[in-house]
Design a protein around this ligand. Structure first.
Ligand code: MEV
Length: 308
């Protein structure tokens, strides 16, 4: 029976989290570790899913349901997943598995699907399952590289040159799982109480992310680091940082990082630091001594692709 394997990368939010939910731009990069989905036609009309490392198989189930409804499919299909990264880091395994499932189905059944179609379908699935989200993680899984992104895919612009390809990042995992949907709701509640203040913060984040873009493309790391620090200050004001994140961020900064901030929804998961190469080792030691786990990942990697 015909079988295809597709892989999609995980992501790291570089700058602009939370504000992106309110229509502001963000910058997201992809990580080298990939999530794989193998799809195979089987007899009958059944769906079999083997996804031991995916914490919520609703993403796979809903992706199949949507694809079948849209494309008028009926065949039985077996889907199995393997992940090159642990779901614990917050690298976006849910969006990666959704994207890889839809791409695998389109190849298995020879249904041409553009990246844009894939984005629309995958974003619909993610919203159905978790209600919240800008879709930045879905875009990262599809397009790969490093993206300038606006909610719902209003803008998906690849940031591409030799400098962005070599983003000098160090990633530190807090050991604490973060709940993105819950944190998005928490920020929404804060905004309801203090609309003017929160809107001011969102606009300030937009200004920082916008100012970062040209410096990022020029590899002006000192400036980019300073914008990251300022972004972190605004995230503190949104109450999405945590003492563990602050400890790792301070450790990285004291050891010589250009800048450091939380990455993603906050309150746990990972922090990122922009590091001079000669300080990388010291910064990794500092993060470890502060209780973090250094996660070595390549960034700016290829989007969804067929493996076999
Ligand atoms: C979560 O990783 C990033 C948020 O901006 C939510 C989203 O954009 O979907 C908090």
């Amino acid at each position: 029976m015909k079988q295809v394997t597709v892989s999609a990368p995980g992501k790291l939010m570089f700058m602009g989290e939370h504000a992106v939910v309110y229509g502001e731009p963000c910058i997201v990069t992809t990580v080298g570790d990939r999530l794989l989905v193998t799809a195979e036609i089987i007899a009958g009309e059944k769906l079999q899913v083997e996804a031991p490392q995916v914490k919520d198989t609703r993403f796979v189930d809903e992706a199949v349901k949507l694809f079948y409804a849209k494309k008028g499919m009926k065949n039985g299909v077996r889907l199995s997943t393997r992940s090159g990264f642990s779901g614990k880091y917050g690298f976006g395994s849910s969006s990666a598995v959704t994207v890889a499932t839809l791409k695998a189905l389109s190849l298995l059944f020879d249904v041409p699907t553009s990246d844009r179609d894939l984005f629309e379908m995958a974003y619909q699935v993610v919203l159905k399952v978790q209600q919240e989200g800008s879709g930045f993680d879905v875009a990262a899984a599809i397009y790969g590289g490093t993206l300038w992104f606006k909610r719902g895919g209003e803008l998906i612009e690849p940031l591409e040159n030799s400098t962005v390809r070599e983003l000098p990042l160090t990633v530190g995992y807090t050991g604490v799982k973060s709940n993105s949907a819950e944190l998005v709701k928490r920020v929404a509640a804060l905004r309801e109480r203090y609309p003017a203040k929160v809107d001011r913060t969102m606009r300030a984040i937009r200004a920082l992310v916008t100012q970062t873009k040209p410096h990022l493309l020029r590899g002006n790391w000192q400036m980019v680091g300073s914008f990251m620090d300022q972004n972190q200050e605004h995230l503190r004001q949104l109450h999405v940082s945590s003492t563990t994140l602050e400890r790792l961020i301070n450790a990285a900064k004291s050891a010589g990082a250009y800048g450091a901030k939380l990455s993603g929804a906050g309150s746990g998961d990972c922090m990122i630091a922009l590091v001079p190469s000669e300080r990388r080792e010291d910064i990794e030691i500092a993060i470890t001594q502060a209780g973090g786990e250094v996660v070595r990942v390549a960034t700016h990697t290829q989007g969804v692709r067929q493996e076999t």
